[in-house]
Design a protein around this ligand. Structure first.
Ligand code: FAD
Length: 430
């Protein structure tokens, strides 16, 4: 009871301190907007990847960089791909486009403070002989100089965890293909009982569904026993065959088959793999081997500079780094913010601040079926599991609003529709 009271007080404290942080950021960006000038030949701070980590790093940077600097954001996707809804939108129809949030308004960037490039970074070429900065090369062949660089390339996987397509149209089609395959299957096996697997299963009605998870408890490190009990009961109530503590060989290249377990086997005519996310570290190949963890993530210093003293101006944030047990959107955003603060501090000749993952970054909402969910947080001593409700689209309009976009209006789509209408009209003109 005392532990719960303490947790409640701590959550309340975090809410107050975050409100203070946002207010301070609002005031300082208001002042920055009126004083910042890019100058005629600004120095570049390049951000590679604009998801939770990179997009927030870019937002904090454009609202705090000194005059004479600008931010270049390089992102290969046409839209912000909102991972949290992917498992659900792989099953339910009619919401696909909500997973693709238009880029731009979240930055609230003063004029001249940034350049947005939709392209893939192919190579990072750090300067040699101890000179600071370097160049990056994008797939079009163009090169850009950088004074500072933020690597926020995240991780890759297949659906239902990642879209695997750069353009919105192709991404929506990929979701529809999944809906069709899942809709046509009867015996579905979900491999992996992390948040994606639990969400995925909770959404599939009227099918035989088996969920296989390697740990004895659902989810992963950082989640406690109470949430395991809540979720496993909810899943069993939904009719799921829950198999824990099993790590079977996952078949590849087959659409129908059997999975061998230590005690028997389970048949599938559709397999959903919610495991095997890999950090996108290929661009960091210039760094020394010790700058990578055993899991293949980029090792960082507490300042979030990469753990290779040769490159003090290269920072990394988000799922691509080894920064603690939590790999989630909130942590990625916090890291993006610290990276931005440290780059500005470095430019101003100030000491670096340190990032340490905090328990409240694990605050999350987990769904248990189509409309039931729980809000969850733990400080390692007590767990708080609060039953809530959510809409079928997981209330994702809130995230659109947070990203500065009008739910679910996409200016690119509007432009496309208008140009089609103009073409149609002109084809009727004499
Ligand atoms: C199914 C699912 C559900 C989830 N649910 C939650 C949740 O409820 N709450 C929560 O907090 N977290 C959740 N997460 C975790 C969260 O999505 C990740 O932690 C977060 O996306 C990490 O953000 P990131 O910016 O580090 O990387 P990513 O989101 O992986 O993004 C990396 C970005 O870099 C770009 N990129 C990569 N390489 C290049 C290149 N060479 N050139 C240009 N651009 C490049 C990519 O296009 C991408 O936009 C969930 C994850 C999954 C998969």
């Amino acid at each position: 009871m005392l532990a719960h009271l303490l947790l409640f007080t701590k959550v309340f404290g975090v809410v107050i301190s975050q409100a203070g942080t946002h207010l301070r950021a609002f005031i300082s960006s208001f002042i920055h907007r009126r004083t910042y000038k890019p100058g005629s030949n600004p120095k570049n701070i390049v951000v590679v990847g604009a998801s939770f980590a990179g997009y927030n790093a870019a937002r904090c940077l454009v609202n705090s960089i000194p005059s004479g600097y600008r931010v270049i954001v390089i992102e290969k996707n046409s839209h912000f791909q909102f991972t949290w809804v992917l498992p659900r939108f792989c099953v339910v129809e009619g919401h696909d486009k909500k997973a693709f949030i238009p880029y731009g308004p979240f930055l609230r960037a003063p004029p001249g403070s940034h350049l947005w490039i939709k392209d893939t970074v192919e190579e990072i070429i750090p300067s040699e002989d101890g000179n600071p900065g370097g160049k990056i090369r994008v797939s079009s062949g163009e090169k850009f100089d950088f004074e500072y660089l933020v690597l926020a390339t995240g991780s890759s996987a297949a659906l239902p965890s990642r879209v695997g397509q750069e353009e919105k149209k192709a991404g929506m089609q990929a979701l529809r293909d999944q809906q069709e395959k899942i809709g046509g299957a009867q015996d579905i096996v979900v491999i992996g009982g992390g948040p994606a697997g639990v969400e995925c299963k909770g959404t599939i009605p009227e099918k035989n569904v088996t969920l296989i998870h390697s740990r004895k408890t659902l989810l992963h490190e950082g989640f406690g026993i109470k949430i395991h009990h809540t979720l496993s009961k909810a899943l069993r109530d939904l009719g799921v065959n829950l198999i824990l503590g099993e790590k079977p060989t996952v078949p590849t290249g087959v659409t129908v088959g059997d999975i061998q377990l230590s005690d028997g086997s389970v048949h599938f005519d559709y397999l959903i793999k919610c495991v095997g996310q890999k950090p996108n570290t290929a661009l960091a190949k210039f760094a020394a081997p010790y700058a990578f963890s055993k899991s293949g993530h980029i090792r960082i210093k507490p300042s979030l500079q990469i753990a290779d003293d040769e490159y003090p101006r290269i920072y990394a944030a988000g799922d691509v780094i080894d920064a603690g047990s939590l790999k989630n959107g909130r942590s990625a955003m916090q890291q993006g913010q610290v990276v931005a603060q440290n780059i500005v501090r470095a430019i101003r000749g100030k000491s670096q601040i340190e990032y340490q993952q905090k328990w409240w970054e694990g605050l999350t909402k987990l769904t248990m079926g189509l409309t039931k969910s729980v809000a969850y947080v733990t400080d390692g001593r007590a767990e708080w599991v609060i039953p809530t409700k959510s809409k079928i689209d997981l209330d994702c309009q809130q995230v659109w609003k947070f990203m500065g976009a009008t739910p679910f209006v996409d200016p690119d789509e509007e432009k496309e529709n208008n140009s089609v209408t103009e073409m149609e009209v002109s084809s009727y003109l004499p």
